[in-house]
Design a protein around this ligand. Structure first.
Ligand SMILES: *Cc1c(COP(=O)(O)O)cnc(C)c1O
Length: 408
């Protein structure tokens, strides 16, 4: 071997007897084959083996196998983002002339994709009220190819009755896909309730650290899996093994992060719900919330995400109130270690919100900081919203210098 070749084809050390607890990061575009015959038959390995980096590596497959197990599925597929998982599902399932049903509460960019990309392709999307119990509330006929459920919905968190939707869908032979990002398989299992596809944005709680984008689709039907996988392949959708590694790492702590976020959110909600700046708290665990009874029946818990409807008097000073926040960072997304807050304007694009009281909607994602710091911060924000001074010394008396050291 000559010197330049030694740069390109180094000797490899022995790999035996190295048994780490994490899945190795396999970075690859090209995958090489032991002989010409193996190369010629590489397409047979599309679904289970390896033929090209775009179609899967041992790192992405390990994540897919774990997600399938968590979802009670036989197969799962990871995609470059949650939105791409939604778009892929629509393109794989619906044809020109067919219809997709989406709840008005569905993730906004998914509805924009339907209107701006699917519409011109001849796939019509019809919105429905997420509080609909089933037919005849659902605009269902034989044109319906795909029914989306997102429960609880984005920003306003209406809980949908998936069992009722599945029953209605069976009558017209439509596929049911659920955006299960809010619940993760820990709190709700869509496939066990009869859904055909369970989708997640892994960018939220699953990965959990605001450092990657990924989506997943889980199914029990092999033909549906192959349809989704073929469509993903032909659209050129692949994921990076580094991101899969980080996501798999995130999943290991998901149960404890989710439980802690839920507990902290409950404490924050209790501390602020009677504040004069708060007109209403939107969270499925509250008895007056749309679909609360279904949430109690179907879900095993909640998480750290909720919205506030602020006093209509807030408008003029709202920007200043946001700028006064110390721990809650202003930003999109949710479900991470860092607490986030963002104003939202769901009424501007939804026809079904007559039930929502007037006032600015603000979405809050409670992270893993000390809950007393978060209560102080949000209380200060709410006081600023109505032009009050925050309580002296912090609402929860949580100045770190005075604090019991055992709290850490
Ligand atoms: C964020 C989000 C998505 C999109 O996920 P990305 O990974 O950011 O593309 C889809 N559905 C819901 C409910 C979301 O909150």
């Amino acid at each position: 071997m000559r010197f330049d070749t030694l740069h390109v084809q180094p000797p490899s050390p022995k790999q035996a007897d190295f048994d780490a607890l994490s899945v190795p990061v396999h970075r690859a575009s090209t995958i090489v084959f032991p002989n010409a015959e193996a190369f010629a038959s590489r397409h047979e390995r599309l679904y289970d083996g390896y033929s090209y980096g775009l179609y899967g590596t041992p790192t992405s497959r390990a994540l897919e196998v774990q997600i399938a197990a968590l979802e009670g599925a036989t197969r799962a597929l990871v995609t470059p983002s949650g939105l791409s998982a939604i778009a892929l599902t629509c393109l794989a399932v619906a044809k020109a002339g067919g219809r997709i049903l989406m709840p008005h509460s569905m993730y906004g960019p998914a509805r924009a994709f339907a209107a701006r990309v699917l519409g011109p392709l001849g796939i019509e999307t019809v919105g429905y009220d997420p509080r609909a119990k089933a037919v005849p509330d659902l605009p269902l006929d034989e044109r319906a190819a795909l029914i989306w459920v997102e429960s609880p919905g984005s920003v306003t968190f209406e809980v949908q009755d998936l069992d009722a939707v599945v029953n209605a869908a069976r009558q017209v032979g439509a596929t049911v896909a659920v955006d299960n990002t809010w619940a993760t398989p820990i709190l709700f299992n869509p496939l066990a309730h009869g859904a055909d596809i369970s989708m997640q944005s892994l960018s939220k709680y699953a990965s959990g650290h605001s450092d990657l984008l990924m989506g997943s689709l889980a199914v029990r039907d092999e033909a549906m899996f192959r349809r989704l996988k073929d469509t993903a392949r032909l659209l050129g959708l692949g994921v990076s093994s580094d991101d899969c590694f980080l996501c798999a790492r995130g999943l290991r702590t998901l149960p404890v992060r989710l439980r802690q976020a839920e507990r902290s959110a409950m404490e924050v909600i209790q501390a602020i719900r009677n504040h004069p700046a708060v007109v209403r708290v939107l969270h499925p665990s509250l008895p007056d919330h749309p679909g609360h009874d279904v949430w109690k029946r179907d879900f095993s818990g909640s998480n750290g995400l909720f919205s506030l409807v602020l006093s209509p008097a807030a408008g003029a000073v709202l920007d200043k109130a946001f700028d006064s926040l110390r721990y809650f960072k202003i930003g999109a997304s949710w479900g991470a270690t860092t607490s986030l807050i963002a104003p939202s304007n769901p009424r501007s694009e939804r026809p079904d919100l007559a039930w929502l009281p007037d006032g600015q909607v603000v979405r809050v994602s409670v992270g893993l900081e000390d809950v007393l710091d978060l209560i102080d911060d949000l209380t200060g924000f709410l006081c600023a919203v109505i032009g009050d001074m925050p309580p002296a010394g912090g609402s929860a008396g949580s100045n770190i210098l005075n604090q019991d050291k055992s709290r850490g």
